[in-house]
Design a protein around this ligand. Structure first.
Ligand SMILES: [Zn+2]
Length: 229
């Protein structure tokens, strides 16, 4: 099991339960209730007395910190079952309701969720919207489910701002997971697929190929001729 390569700051917290006893199939975004940096969050989680941690944290400037390795169970959601299964992410937020995130923090959250899904072989991130549905849902092998702290404790977390965007988050992440690479196809003409001599993910390489093969052209997957024009 790996950690996210998006992490640029690591300060491991003593507050965790060691290796997870469940496979990862949930992601739980939280609100920090303060526009903190990854370092300030690291200070909080370094204190044993706090008895709290998260796997990752996103600071107010969008940098990503790691406090508990992904393979370990963090102490984040007031629920053992959830924290055994969930990658937990604390996100810098306003200190008051609705605990709004800065745009850069939200964007990084999308990016981090995509990365977590990819490394855990998940093709889809789901938001079921409802506590009972979310907790009773048995995800397929390639599905990840979003859960929130307020399912487990009398808390606002992740705040109404983020809570109202959970569906949007799931959609954005799932769309990026679906993205297939674009191929630039080298053919004599789009309607003669048998004349295709190569396909490249980089346009520059496809152009080079055409330069060496007079009479050929570069087409996108939708048949648009992009070179020579
Ligand atoms: Zn929380």
């Amino acid at each position: 099991m790996s950690n996210s390569s998006l992490v640029t700051y690591t300060r491991l917290s003593p507050n965790h339960s060691g290796l997870r006893k469940k496979r990862i199939d949930r992601i739980s975004p939280h609100c920090i209730v303060g526009q903190l940096s990854v370092e300030a969050l690291g200070d909080i989680f370094a204190s044993r007395a706090r008895k709290a941690s998260s796997n990752y944290g996103i600071g107010a400037d969008g940098r990503i910190g790691m406090y508990v390795e992904e393979q370990n169970r963090s102490w984040c959601s007031s629920n053992a079952e959830n924290d055994q299964r969930a990658v937990t992410i604390e996100c810098a937020s306003d200190a008051n309701p609705p605990y709004e995130f800065k745009q850069v923090v939200y964007d990084r959250l999308v990016e981090l969720c995509v990365d977590i899904c990819k490394r855990n072989d998940k093709a889809k991130l789901l938001w079921l919207g409802d506590k009972v549905k979310s907790l009773n849902y048995i995800p397929a092998r390639d599905e990840m489910v979003l859960t929130v702290h307020r399912f487990f404790a009398n808390k606002d977390c992740p705040g109404d701002w983020m809570f109202s965007r959970m569906g949007e988050l799931a959609k954005a992440v799932s769309e990026q997971l679906r993205e297939v690479p674009i191929f630039y196809r080298v053919r004599k003409s789009w309607d003669k697929p048998k004349t295709q001599i190569a396909a490249f993910t980089k346009l520059a390489n496809a152009k080079n190929c055409v330069d060496c093969n007079p009479g050929y052209a570069v087409f996108t997957d939708t048949g648009e001729k992009v070179y020579p024009q």
